[in-house]
Structure formats: C-alpha cells, structure tokens
Design a protein around this ligand. Structure first.
Ligand code: ADP
Ligand code: MG
Length: 948
C-alpha cells in the first residue's frame, strides 16, 4: 500500500494511534459483529502500515501557489508576493511586512510551476491506490476564490492531457487498474449550496437527504444518481454534464461557482477472496466467511472542490448575499471547527453542525485516507486570507485518521451462485426422479411377465407328469410281452444252433474238396504266370535296351547338330575373315606395288647419283694418285737428304742419333739441316727455352711435370722434351728424376698429347747411351710398348717407334728389349701404315740387326736372331720393297745383317729369303747392301745350295 510517497515525516505535535472521541467510536461502530444479525455482515481490518504506526493515517496537506495573474500583475511592485516557497525543505515563508515573516512546514510545497501531473502523483495518487485496495479516501482543495482549487481538482483537460485535474486523473487511474470482469466503478457528482445537496448529473434532484446508518454510521445520499462508468470517454461526458449543470445552477441562482462545494463520489467495488488473506484472520472470522464465499471490497473516494474560503465582508457581499455567505460559511466554518477540535483532541467534534461536515465525516477523524491541497495566491493584497488558509492547512495536518478496510460478503454473487446451484440440483433431482419412475415401471412390467410365464410353466409340467405316468404303464406291459417273446425266441435259437452245426460239418467237407481243386489249379496258374513273367522280363529288358539305344542316338544326334552348328558358324567366321584378309591383301598389294614403284624410282635415282659419284671418285683417285706420286718424290728427296747427313753419321758413330729431333713438333733433323729458316726458328725457340731453364732451374721445370693442371703439365713436358734434345741436358734430366716423372706420365696419363710429347722426350733421352740402360731398367720399353698398343695417333706411334729404335741400337739391352715386348710392339705399329712410322720401325730393326750381327761376329753371343721369334724376318721378306727408298734400304740392310748369322739360315730359307737376298745382291741401289748380300750368299753353303 502506498503510504504517501514524497510526503514529509510526521511531526512530534501530531497525534498517534487510534482516533479519539467520536471518530473512534464511529470507526468502531462499523466493525463486524458476529453475533449481530446484519443484512450486510462486514468486517473491517486495520490498514497494514509500516511498522504498525498510525502515522501514515495523518491527513496530508500540500500547499500549491498559483502563478501571478493579470490582476496581480496590475498591482505592480507595490504589492510584492507575500509568499516565498522553499520546496527543498517543504517550507513556506509568509511575509506580513518587511519585519514580520512566518515559516510553515507542509507535507509538500508546490511552486507556481508545478505540473498537474506532479500534483496528482504527490497528493492524490497515494489516496487512489489506497482506495483501489479497499480503503476510503478523500482529496480536497481548500483556498480563497481564484487561487486554483477548481484548476487543481476539476480541470477536465480533454484535449490537453497535461491540464487534467485530480478528478479525471483519479478516474483514469482507477479504470486502468481495475478488472471489468469482477470490479465495478460508479460516480455521483453533487453540489452543496446553501446547505442543500443537488445532483449535478441530474439537476432536477435537489435537497437530497444525507442519511446515516444508525448501526454502521455510514453516510449515504439516497436519491443521488450513481452512474457506473466503463471508460474515460464516459468520465469526460459525465464530468462535462456536471460542470455544465453547476454553471447553469449558479446562473439560475444568480451566484458563482466559488460559492458552492462540488463533491465527486467515486464508488469502487472489487471482488476478493478471503483465502488470499486468511493468515490475518481469526478462527471466528473463518466461521463467518467460509473459504469459498465471494467477498467484495467496497470503497469510496471523495474529491471535493470547496467554495472560496474568503471572508464575506471582504468580498463586498450585500443583502441576500450575506445570508448566502452565512450558509456557505456555515459549512466551511463548521469544517474549520471540526478540524480545530480534531487537531486539539477535543472530546466533542461538531460534525453534525453542517451538511459538509456530515458528508466529510469519514474524511477527517474517520477511516478514510485524506489529502488536502491548500491553494494560495501570491499577492500580498490577500495576506490575511492567505494567512488564514495556511493556518487551516496547518491545523488539518494534525488530524489523524484510522484507515480501515471493509470487506463484505458479495451476497449478490453468492445469491446468484447458490441460485445456480439450486437450479442445477433441482433439475438433477427431477431427472433422477424421472429415471426412477421409468425403472419402476419397467420392473413392474417384468414382474407381470414372469408371473404369467410361471403359471404357464406349472400347467405344462402337470400335463407332462400325467403323460409320463401313462407312458410308464405302457412300457411295463410292453416289457412283459417282450420277455415272453424272448423266451420263445430262445427255444427257436437252440434249434437253429443244432441245424447250424450240421450245416457247418457239411461246409467243412465241401471246403476240403474245394481246397484240393484249388491247389492243382493254382499250380498250373503259377507255372503259366512264371512263364509269362519271364517273357515279360525279357520284353522289358529289350525295351530298356531299345530306350538306351534311342537315348544315346539322341545324344549323338544333338552333339552332331551342335557340331554342325559350330561348323557352320566357324565357316561363316572364316569366310568373313577370308573376305577381310582378301581386302587387306588387296590393300597391302596395292601399297606394296606403289612402294616398289617408288623404290624403283629411287634406285634409278641412286644409280645415276652413284654414277656421278663414281665419276667424281675416279677423278679424285687420279688426283690422289698424282698427289701420292708427288709426295713420294718429296719423301724420297727428304730421305736422300737424311741419309746424306745424320744417318750416315749414326752408322759411323757408336751411338745411334737417328731420332734426335723427332718429338713434339720440333721438326725432323733432316728438315732442320735442310731448311735454314726452320733451323733458325728452332734454335730461337730452344734459346728461349734454355733461357727459361736457366731462370727457373731444372728441378722447378721437372716439378711442373707433376702439376695438377693438364695445360701446365703439357707445356712442362714440351719444355723437358726440347731440353732433352740437347746432348748436354740428357744425362742431367735423368739424374734430376726427369725420367721417372716422364715414365710415370706415360703410365698414368690418359691424355694423348701427354703421351705423344712424353714419348718424344723419352726418345730424345734414349739417344744418350748411358740413359738407354736406365730407361730399360725403369721399364721404359714396357711402358712404350703399352702406349703403342693403345694409340692409333701416327705422331705418337712415330715417336714411340723412334724411342724404341734408339734403344735397339744398344746390343746390351737386346734381350731385355725383347723380353719387355719392345720388338713385338715395334712390329705391331706397322698396322698404322703411316710411312713415317714404318720408317722408324725399319730404322729400329736395322739398328737391332746390325748391332746383333756385330756382337755375334765378335763371338760375344751365339744363336738365332732375337728378331726372328717375333716375326720380323717374315715381315721383312714380305715387305722389303713396298715402302719408300729409305725404308727399303733399312729393311734391306737389316735383312743382310741377319743373313750374316749362320744360325738364321734355316729361317731365311724357310721364309723365302733367298730370293730377297739375290734381289738385294743384284738390284739394291746401295753398295753396302749389295756387298753384304753377296757376302752372305757366297759364304753360306746352304744359301748356295738353295740358289742352285
Ligand atoms: P478557484 O476555483 O479557486 O476559484 P480557479 O481554479 O477557478 O480558482 O482559478 C482561477 C483562475 O486562475 C483560472 O483562470 C485558472 O485557470 C487560473 N489558475 C489557477 N491555478 C492555476 C495554476 N496553477 N496555473 C495556471 N493557472 C491557474
Ligand atoms: Mg472554483
């Protein structure tokens, strides 16, 4: 329950607890009395309050200050406002003059700017909420005419909701809070003027009496209209009617609205269930109000717009107006007196002195929650009225009410409910009665039917019993007759038995005879049957045989048919394949023919090309022939020149010198000796190399032979080869380990240039007699033979052959040379066919043969030539005249030296060497060769024999 939110706390001067005097008695008088038979047994409960204090029940008073109007303003500054508000402390200062000023505290202080809404919420809303909870309430406006009472309370504000006064807002609030299904709200709108109550909703009704219930003390206005309302529109409609009637009445009575009191009574009835709040009720109460009784909360809200509180003398009233004012003031004066009495706790409250105080009996010192708006104007002209108004408010604040809740049994609803239940029960009873009646009738009917059928049953059973008796007698006589017949039958039976015995005897005899006949017939029958069975069996067997045959024939037939089918299909397949193949064949044949044709064309083209090439070849061959002849001539010339210089010297000297300058592009000695230019170039080159050699030193040069860089290695070998061409360097190079490095290169290097230049260097070193043994001992011959077997390069082969040829000139090394494969390698290099290579081979053989011949002739060695074993003799015999003149001369000389050794005779003869020996002796251009051949022929008898 709202307890005046926003209102100031109670002051110490206020009374606490239950109302005293008449008020208290009255409130008690409405309390329920269980023993009293009352048409409206009601009960009242004290309002729930905060902490059980009655403080919340004090009359609440708010001051509202009207804004200045034109009249106030017209007086200007002479009449300054005599009122000063302090809303924060809820105080009002009233200035009498510049010296006297009084301060009053109220529950709320509204300035001229306070909105209608705020005024409603602070002043009226708690009262309305209380009314909605079932308590009575009063909201009243008190103040001098023109200070805004009607504005605060009765303003309709139909078009501008912000203007709406407390009446409209309270009804709006109630309508929105209640339930139309269970609750009802109705209004009465009255005017009190000259102590007469007039109905503003029905102005014809005047002088409405005020009736007080003797028992409950409740006030009612019988005859005043109570109009139930449903919505706000209806509210506006009714209030407008009331306003119009108030205005019309006043016009008629030649008065102003400010002289009458307007009272709006809002009757609210809300249903409630006792169960909901039964915790606060005593057991006695339960006895009166059973749980399911419908209860109603009935409450009233009075909204009062009082007449102006000004004094009559001041308003200038005269004549009847004075009388009127007296009446007006009777009610107001009486109200003031009552408030004073209540405020001062006076034992007597003069409520009955005026109609207003009678109507407001519950509002002051009663059970209602009451709020008062005291309206004042700001003008100091009305100081005394304002002051008395404020004092009225101050006194009213001291009045304490004891608000009580009144609940009544809702007899109307209860009656309707009971009536409904009685109706239901009555109809149910009637229905039950009807049902029972029907049942009874049916049972009677059934009983009658049963009685009838029982009678019938009895009759029929009697007749049956009689019949049965009769039947029994008949049966007894029949039994007797039957017994008699039975006796007779028995006698006849005995007779018949005898006859049967006789007949049986006869039958047995007949049977025996019959059996004999039967046996003989049976035998015959059995025999014939057996025969038939045999025949049958034979026939069956034949039949089975036939069947088997036929089934096998059938099988074969199906197999043959299948085969036939397969054959047919395969024939078809083959035919189609043959057809396909034929097609393919035709196609292939066509292709083949066209290919053959094109090939033929190509062949003829090729033949013609071949002819052309052949022609070209022929002319080229001729040219080559010419070139060959030219070259041959040149070679002959070279050889001749060679012979005339070095080779002849070699023959004369101890050491062979034929290969001195044969390595690494350093030219041939023949050319050097022949060509001055080349010689000059070479000597220049050598000079440079010698210079480098002197600068760098031999060990450094030799170290380069082991360089990782191939180019460096190649150049180092070239330098070493050139140095080795000089006699003075040859021994030193070997001493410094150059030979080892060179032989290692021959063995390990894969590079052909290295092989070629190294072979040249070794060849040059091998020109030195003391070096030759070292080379052989270090396996040089073997390494050279190895290189010869691996390469086809003619320059390399020429230099290798040259090196071996130099070694061949040392007879002490011959055996080692042969053993290390040097001779075989030398002869093997013939495969190159290169003239210069073959020239070196021939030189080597000649050197070998000559040295060997010398050793043998000197008697240091004996036996067949070492050359023969390796096939040299055979090669010489076969090729003596095939090569250039110089080569031929070497071969001839070698052959002639071999012919000097008698141990070679057989081999020479065997190889056909005699012819060769004869040819040399006659045709050789060299005298020495011719002489040696003749000498051999002449001295060797075997040869002589062969020649002859
Ligand atoms: P009363 O009913 O006390 O004689 P009224 O309510 O008729 O006074 O007010 C007199 C005039 O002052 C009206 O014109 C009314 O509109 C105006 N008035 C009163 N109070 C206010 C207010 N708080 N704000 C604005 N106008 C007001
Ligand atoms: Mg008014």
């Amino acid at each position: 329950m709202a307890t005046g939110g926003g209102w100031a706390p109670a002051r110490s001067v206020e009374r606490h607890g239950a109302p005293r005097g008449g008020g208290g008695t009255r409130s008690k008088s409405v309390a329920p009395c269980p023993r009293r038979p009352s048409p409206s047994p009601a009960r009242s409960r004290p309002a729930p309050d905060n902490g059980g204090s009655a403080d919340s029940c004090r009359v609440r008073v708010a001051i509202r200050l009207r804004p200045k109007n034109s009249e106030d303003l017209a007086y200007g500054s002479d009449f300054d406002s005599c009122v000063e508000l302090q809303p924060e402390s809820k105080r009002l200062k009233l200035k009498k003059n510049n010296w006297i000023c009084e301060s009053y505290k109220f529950d709320e202080v509204f300035s001229e700017n306070a909105s209608q809404k705020r005024v409603y919420e602070v002043v009226a809303k708690p009262v309305v909420e209380s009314v909605l909870e079932g308590y009575n309430g009063t909201v009243m406006a008190y103040g001098q005419t023109g200070t805004g009472k009607t504005y605060t309370v009765g303003r309709l504000g139909k078009d501008d909701p912000s203007e709406r006064g407390i009446m409209v807002r309270a009804l709006e609030h109630i309508l929105s809070s209640m339930s139309f299904e269970t609750d009802r709200v109705a209004i009465s709108y009255l005017q009190l003027y000259l102590e007469s109550v007039q109905d503003l909703l029905d102005p014809e009704k005047t002088n409405i009496p005020i009736v007080e219930d003797a028992k409950t003390g409740e006030i009612s206005l019988p005859g005043a209209s109570i109009v139930e309302i449903k919505d706000l529109e209806h509210v506006f409609h009714l209030l407008q009617i009331g306003e119009a009637n108030r205005h019309a009445a006043n016009t008629k009575m030649n008065t102003e609205s400010s002289r009458s009191h307007a009272i709006l009574i809002i009757h609210l009835q809300r249903s409630s269930r006792i169960k909901e709040e039964n915790s606060s009720l005593s057991n006695d109460t339960h006895d009166i109000f059973p749980d399911d009784l419908p209860l109603v909360l009935k409450s009233k809200l009075l909204i009062v717009d009082l007449a102006g509180s000004e004094r009559i003398d001041k308003s200038g009233s005269e004549g009847h107006m004075i009388e009127e004012a007296k009446f007006i003031n009777l009610s107001l004066t009486s109200l003031g007196k009552c408030i004073n009495a209540l405020a001062e706790n006076s034992p007597h409250i003069p409520t009955r002195d005026s109609k207003l105080t009678r109507i407001l009996r519950d509002s002051f010192g009663g059970t209602a929650r009451t709020s008062l708006v005291v309206t004042i104007g700001p003008s100091s002209r009305h100081y005394s009225e304002t002051s008395s108004t404020i004092m009225f408010g101050q006194r009213a604040m001291k009045v304490v009410n004891t608000i009580k809740l009144k609940e009544e049994v809702d007899y109307e609803t209860l009656y309707k409910k009971v009536e409904r239940e009685v109706d239901q029960l009555t109809s149910e009873m009637e229905r039950q009665q009807k049902l029972m009646k029907n049942e009874k009738m049916q049972l009677d009917k059934k009983l009658k039917e049963s009685e009838g059928s029982f009678h019938d049953l009895r009759m029929t059973s009697n007749i049956r019993i009689e019949n049965l008796e009769k039947e029994k007698c008949q049966l007894e006589s029949a039994v007797k007759t039957l017994m008699r017949d039975l006796e007779e039958e028995r006698g006849q039976n005995n007779l018949l038995s005898e006859q049967i015995a006789e007949l049986e005897k006869l039958v047995n005899e007949n049977k025996q005879q019959q059996q004999l006949e039967n046996l003989s017939r049976m035998k015959i029958f059995t025999d014939t049957t057996k025969e038939h069975e045999k025949e049958m069996e034979e026939l069956l067997r034949q039949l089975q045989e036939e069947r088997r045959c036929s089934s096998s024939l059938k099988d074969r037939m199906s197999v043959l048919q299948q085969e036939l089918c397969d054959a047919q299909s395969s024939t078809q397949l083959q035919e189609s394949m043959a057809h396909e193949l034929e097609k393919k064949l035709t196609k292939v044949t066509e292709e083949f023919t066209s290919q053959v044709q094109s090939l033929k064309e190509k062949i003829s083209e090729l033949i013609s090309e071949k002819e052309v090439i052949y022609e070209e070849l022929k002319s080229t061959q001729e040219k080559v022939q010419q070139e060959m002849l030219h070259r041959q001539g040149l070679e002959d010339q070279i050889l001749r020149l060679k012979w005339s210089t070095s080779d002849i010297c070699a023959e004369e000297s101890k050491t062979s010198y034929g290969m001195v300058r044969s390595g690494s592009g350093l030219g041939n000695a023949a050319f050097v000796s022949k060509s001055g230019k080349i010689r000059e170039a070479l000597s220049g080159q050598r000079g440079t190399i010698s210079k480098i050699f002197e600068e760098v030193g031999l060990p450094n040069v030799l170290a380069l032979l082991k360089s990782e860089d191939l180019d460096v290695q190649i150049h180092a070998v070239k330098v070493v080869a050139n140095l080795a061409a000089e006699d003075i360097n040859q021994e030193r190079i070997v001493e410094e380990g150059g030979l080892d490095a060179l032989l290692s290169l021959l063995e390990t290097s894969e590079n052909t240039t290295i092989h070629r230049v190294t072979a040249g260097a070794v060849a040059n070193l091998a020109m030195n007699g003391s070096n030759q043994g070292v080379i052989m001992n270090k396996g040089g011959a073997r390494l050279l033979a190895n290189v010869a077997s691996k390469t086809e390069d003619p320059q390399t082969l020429r230099l290798v052959a040259g090196a071996i040829a130099n070694l061949c000139g040392n007879e002490k090394l011959h055996l080692m040379l042969k053993r290390d494969g040097g001779i075989k390698a030398l002869l093997g290099m013939v495969r190159s066919g290169h003239a210069e290579v073959i020239a070196q081979i021939a030189r080597g053989i000649a050197n070998f043969a000559k040295c060997e011949s010398r050793v043998i002739s000197q008697g240091h060695r004996k036996g067949r030539s070492l050359l023969i074993e390796d096939g040299v003799l055979t090669w010489m015999v076969a090729n003596s005249t095939r090569f250039s003149h110089s080569t031929t001369r070497h071969i001839e000389l070698a052959f002639c030296h071999l012919a000097q050794n008698e141990d070679n005779t057989c081999d020479i003869i065997a190889s056909g060497g005699i012819k060769e020996l004869l040819r040399i002796s006659r045709e050789s251009p060299r005298d020495d060769a011719r002489n040696l051949a003749k000498m051999a022929l002449d001295s060797n008898p075997a040869f002589l024999r062969e020649v002859q």
